[in-house]
Write a protein that binds this ligand. Sequence first.
Ligand code: SAH
Ligand code: MG
Length: 218
Amino acid sequence: MADELPLLEWERYVDRLFAPEDEALLAAREQMKLGGLPEIAVSPSQGKLLHVLARLAGARRILELGTLGGYSAICLARALPEGGKLVSLELDPRHAEVARRNIDRAGLTAKVEVRVGPAASSLQAMADAREPAFDLAFIDADKEAYPDYLAQVFPLVRPGGVILADNTLPRSVLDPQSPAGIPRYNAAVAAHPGLTSIVVPVLRTRGIDGLLVSIKAG
Ligand code: SAH
Ligand code: MG
């Protein structure tokens, strides 16, 4: 809004104080730019929030939908203990390639596996293969598919585990009639008897963004 100070000021303050990017994160962002990937990775503060939540959850196994260049994967994988694992699902093989290099530069190759293909197919394959349960899932792939992802991700997360969803406060949520994926995801999560949830607003330069945090019933 025109009469408000730009949120950028607060975002800069938070990033500088709590989330300064180290070499691996700076390089990851740079490589995504050089590779022509869209600039839609989580911000430094959002990445730090993911990291802190994964640590709070004591996560040993993490599932990510939407790898892009591996920025959020690095933030999450850094929260894993020795022997921990993050599986990240990505549709675009070029994104996956950039991500693998970034993850390697961050020294996290042993902990992170990027699986290429539509997330829905990879999730189905995981269910079929009886993949061990995850402690935390981070949904950040195709926004229109969020409601379907919820149905597939829910059984893959252990009781008491955490489901996070990025970009959950777009303008479309303010329209009660909106048929878009995110408002439908938010409504489904809010009404889900097996989830206790709250959407956390996060500062972004161009407005606010939301991280929807859900805990699965134990
Ligand atoms: N989590 C990343 C950003 C992900 S951007 C970060 O914050 O660093 C969304 C990603 O989802 C893009 O790389 C896009 O290629 C991928 N994507 C889009 N549709 C997908 C699908 N159906 N299955 C898997 N990945 C998909
Ligand atoms: Mg996102």
